[in-house]
Design a protein around this ligand. Structure first.
Ligand code: HSE
Length: 425
């Protein structure tokens, strides 16, 4: 059966022909046998009958690339396919290459080689797509094949598909959301009274965190993801979009306390928006209402809000990290057929200079209130209302980030350890 037929099946219609025929065998080379790759092998094995009946497909995994030998492997790993040799992996006769190895290298070599040879590529690698997405999409187009990356953003939440297929036609104005499951898990545990170290260790043990978890809590992981969404929604090259970025560490405890003092909760929010000057993007702690869509996002869940001219506000939410959701997104792309490729682009984004309200805090102690007031005053940041927590926490009137940045730099130079959240309540 054709891949177009598979698309029809995706929509829930099972043509009689799919049931009558033997499933079509798709030979797969899988790079990565860790949390995500291992889970994909399990899903393929245990979902084999369903895939055959529903989609008329059987994925045969012919080669699996692992970074290192000797690690425990899932029982579902087919015998004799494992290699740690990149060349042997690249030489595998497979029509579909699934990349779940993470990082930019060797992932970019794998994707380039596969696409240049006309093989289809499916990846969950946000760092790869944020750094090389348009180049790889162009290569796929030249070679008459395709690259899909649903698993690269928001795990099992189908935001990539929505932005590739339909939402851009609605005149998207902005996208904002919780895009990092690990930091959201940590913030949820902190609110329950657990320590930061304990919460992060649990996120790592559950397979939510990156190999280097500092990418999660610093906002780098979410920055890669918002760059990808900005590419799909606005056609801006992801590697050329400046992202104002602050993470939840160091200082997650104080960020949570600052938000509580403002009767809100803190979330690490990624945003991109079309402004009169161009496309802007940020990843930063934001104080939101506890009952808001983002405030209600708990544990490793992600939530994405898309605002558009003709479609109003769409919210997609669900599991944003972990082996099962990410492997499910990979499988959806593996099954998927021809889909419009995002356009090649060289467009740049611009710095975000829109005014927002902010909460700025410094470490409590002698002279803290005076230092905070002075720094905000000198930077021309308008303060709103009375300072809180003995003067160590101030709320601002709407003001553009560069002024707040100036104030925080001055406070940092004085050793006051400033923390800033955007306030949206
Ligand atoms: N480390 C990522 C997260 C995994 O926590 O969201 C999913 O991309």
């Amino acid at each position: 059966m054709t891949l177009e037929g598979v698309e029809t099946l995706d929509a829930g219609v099972v043509p009689r022909v799919a049931r009558a025929r033997e499933p079509r065998v798709v030979r797969v080379a899988l790079a990565g046998c860790g949390v995500v790759g291992g889970e994909l092998l399990r899903i393929l094995k245990h979902g084999e009958a369903r895939l055959a009946a529903r989609n008329g497909l059987r994925f045969e995994v012919v080669r699996v690339l692992a970074r290192t030998a000797g690690r425990p492997r899932p029982d579902e790993l087919p015998e004799g396919v494992l290699t740690t040799d990149l060349d042997a992996f690249l030489a595998a006769e497979a029509e579909l290459v699934v990349e779940a190895i993470g990082g930019v290298d060797p992932a970019v070599r794998i994707a380039r080689t596969a696409l240049a040879a006309g093989r289809r590529v499916v990846t969950a690698n946000k760092a790869l797509v944020a750094a090389h997405g348009p180049e790889l999409a162009a290569l796929a187009r030249q070679s008459g094949t395709r690259i899909d990356f649903e698993g690269a953003v928001a795990g099992g939440v189908p935001i990539v598909r929505a932005l590739r297929d339909s939402l851009p036609l609605t005149g998207v104005r902005s996208i904002r959301g919780v895009l990092n499951g690990t930091s959201n898990y940590v913030l949820t545990r902190l609110a329950e009274g657990r320590s930061y170290a304990d919460a992060l260790a649990r996120a790592q043990a559950a397979g939510f965190a990156e190999a280097d978890p500092s990418r999660d809590v610093s906002g780098e992981d979410a920055a890669d993801k918002i760059r990808i969404l900005a590419w799909l929604a606005f056609g801006v090259a992801p590697e050329r979009l400046p992202v104002r970025r602050r993470g939840i560490a160091p200082g997650a405890d104080r960020l949570a306390a600052d938000a509580a003092a403002l009767r809100g909760v803190v979330r690490l929010v990624a945003e991109c928006a079309q402004t009169a000057e161009g496309v802007v993007a940020s990843v930063e702690p934001v104080v939101v209402g506890p009952g808001s869509e983002l405030g209600r996002t708990r544990n490793e869940d992600n939530a994405v809000l898309v605002e558009s001219d003709w479609n109003g506000r769409v919210c997609l939410a669900g599991p944003g990290a972990g082996g099962g959701p990410t492997a499910s997104a990979l499988l959806a792309d593996m099954v998927r057929g021809a889909q419009r490729q995002p356009p090649p682009t060289q467009r740049r984004g611009v710095q975000d200079r829109r005014p927002h309200r902010w909460a700025v805090s410094v470490e409590a102690g002698p002279g803290a209130a005076e230092a905070l007031r002075r720094a905000l005053d000198r930077a021309g940041v308008p303060v709103a209302g009375e300072p809180l927590r003995g003067g160590s926490l101030a709320r601002t009137a709407p003001v553009a980030w560069p002024r707040v940045d100036l104030a925080t730099r001055a406070l940092t130079a004085e050793g006051r350890r400033p923390l800033v959240s955007r306030v949206e309540r």
